[in-house]
Write a protein that binds this ligand. Structure first.
Ligand SMILES: [Zn+2]
Length: 417
């Protein structure tokens, strides 16, 4: 193969148009008229898969749905025992979604292969449209990618709001849950590469069309329950109060202060509730949440410890007690150093800025990275809008990302001949 066989500008533009058109077309397959809404294994998933299968057929790929409802399109490698590069993202959406979150990465997987059509890649490639990443229907994300890496079994009995289990949803969709073991990837994996809209403001702020993801932030989510004493707002002097909300408020501001002072740390108190909740009653109880994230586990855990000490101190000062309930903990997921280096080289060759950034949101790459070298390329999100119908990506940014990704395929091929 020729690593630098240049595509003409017209060809890149044609491919970009095909990507943008596919995202727009797939956004019309929805469970809710007038918006894009596609939860895990909803009936319109069939149409999404049919659309993408047409494209895969044009590329000479073999396509099937696995037992978790992932769409898998496979292009054979140079030899039967060639390693497999997985490209993809997710095809489910949040309610009232935009057209690009997840979908862009799947569609671009096909576009990358169209760009190299006719070249003999030494590795096999599988484009995967994961069936579930958003966690909307079952409250827990990554059913699709967990099936691919063989860790989905403990999710099959989860039930949605209507009481239907994952197992039954799979059967109703028309797949055989007994074949789940077949969904697990076989043979040697070369790695996983995911293109995704940034969904944040960093690339726009830096004036870059794309960025190389350094890692996916680890996170803790917890609930805090502050208990003091409700009493009369007029007759209780300040020194005799046990105001639970005041302690919680101190904690919330401390979280903001610490995150502002710590590079890369984000901390959010997203829920704050005062009880009994009357204008003339001192809050006897307050409940709040904390969501804290950082790319390095030791920074996140150090900050969490400091904040919980602040919650204790702010409570003790007021005769309030605080109880902490952990809700979720995810370790940080670093991306593959080798793959990152190739992406930087690819962007360098395309003469494009290529800042590194941390993903504050979870992605399928989080699950894949535990099993194979994984990398992500972010595409700028204008106005940082995501999980919103006005979510967008710029066609010229998509072209940049496609050029870099195709070069990444070539660099990877040079390493694996
Ligand atoms: Zn996504």
């Amino acid at each position: 193969m020729t690593a630098d066989a240049p595509l003409t500008d017209t060809r890149w533009q044609t491919l970009t148009t095909k990507i943008m058109d596919a995202c727009a077309a797939l956004a019309c397959y929805t469970e809710v008229e007038g918006e894009t809404n596609r939860p895990f294994l909803c009936p319109t998933t069939h149409q999404v898969h049919e659309y993408l299968t047409h494209w895969a057929d044009e590329l000479g790929m073999t396509t099937y749905e696995d037992a978790a409802g992932n769409l898998r399109s496979r292009l054979a490698g140079a030899t039967p025992d060639a390693r497999t590069l997985y490209l993809g993202s997710h095809l489910d959406t949040v309610p009232n979604a935009g057209a690009y979150d997840g979908i862009l990465g799947v569609v671009m997987g096909y576009a990358m292969l169209e760009a190299v059509k006719g070249e003999a890649l030494p590795y096999a490639v599988e484009v995967v449209g994961f069936s579930e990443e958003e966690g909307v229907r079952y409250g827990v994300p990554f059913i699709g990618s967990r099936a691919l890496v063989g860790t989905v079994d403990d999710m099959l009995e989860l039930c949605d709001a209507a009481g239907q289990s994952v197992r039954d949803a799979i059967t109703e969709y028309g797949l055989n849950v007994e074949e789940m073991a077949e969904a697990q990837y076989k043979g040697k994996a070369l790695g996983y590469f995911e293109i995704h809209a940034e969904q944040g403001p960093v690339l726009q702020d830096q004036g870059a069309s794309l960025g190389v993801v350094d890692g996916i932030a680890g996170q803790n989510r917890l609930m805090l329950n502050f208990v003091g004493q409700a009493s009369h707002a007029g007759t209780t002097p300040m020194n005799l109060r046990r105001d639970a909300l005041a302690a919680a408020a101190r904690f919330a501001v401390a979280a903001e202060d610490l995150a502002r002072a710590t590079p890369g740390l984000v901390a959010t108190v997203g829920v704050m509730q005062a009880l009994p909740g009357a204008m003339n009653v001192i809050p006897g109880e307050a409940n709040c949440t904390l969501d804290i994230r950082h790319a390095r586990d030791e920074v996140r855990l150090g900050a969490l410890k400091a904040l919980l000490e602040t919650a204790e101190a702010a409570s003790a000062e007021r005769g309030v007690t605080v109880t902490v309930t952990p809700k979720m903990e995810e370790k940080a997921t670093p991306m593959s150093g080798d793959f990152k280096a190739l992406l930087h080289r690819a962007a360098e060759a395309e003469e494009l800025p290529h800042p590194e950034l941390v993903s504050g949101a979870g992605h399928d790459a989080m699950i894949m990275a535990a099993h194979m070298p994984s990398a992500m390329l972010f595409v700028r999100s204008p106005n940082a809008l995501s999980h919103h119908p006005d979510e967008m990506v710029l066609p010229e940014d998509v072209t940049d990302a496609l050029r870099v990704s195709v070069r990444f395929l070539h660099l990877l091929a040079e390493q694996n001949v």
